[in-house]
Design a protein around this ligand. Sequence first.
Ligand SMILES: N[C@@H](CCC(=O)N[C@@H](CS)C(=O)NCC(=O)O)C(=O)O
Length: 209
Amino acid sequence: MSKPLTFYTNPMSRGQIVRWALEETGAKYETVIVEFGSEMKGPDYLAINPMGKVPSIVHGDQVITECAAICAYLGEAFPENGLLPTATERSAYFRWMFFAAGPLEQAVISRALKLDVTADKAQTLGFGTYEDTIDTLEGHFVKNAHVCGDRFTMADVYVGSHIEWGMGFDTLPKRTAFEDYVGRIASREAHKRARAIDQALIAEREAAS
Ligand SMILES: N[C@@H](CCC(=O)N[C@@H](CS)C(=O)NCC(=O)O)C(=O)O
């Protein structure tokens, strides 16, 4: 019998990344909506994620937090859909997943929040400069249709979400390689299903408030 899988999220959050990952696996899961504020910072949810942030998943007795880790975990937990990298794809898979979770996220957030990141700090900062980070990422997608080359893997859910959301929020430039890549991955049925579920939840909540 399969282990129960519970997804803690808020539809207006990075939980949308994990929703897409879950839909790609085809696994059955239960969604628990956690409200921002006192519920997310309350003892019940802090027992799952001491950061008091969404998303989180609980799979049987395993707790996983952090979008990138959840995507990687789900790829492994449900290997039947071919979302895991092959031996030769593993280098790109790990390289760009970690690049997106570390340097890319930091470069984008620090720019969006107008943090004081001057050129003389580039040696210390893991992302160096915003420009180097974006150019490096673009360089990959100029040469590759997906994170691991020709084939879609779970890394595309995570890296692709950063690029899709970044262009959507104008924190990432709309370069041709990024737009073409997002066009490819957003046309997947699991992506469309995931967005439809979260959009419906958002609309429901707006109507109720
Ligand atoms: N590094 C975490 C970030 C999670 C995160 O910051 N979630 C935001 C929503 S997008 C959140 O829960 N914020 C609520 C809060 O901090 O109170 C991940 O990748 O999962």
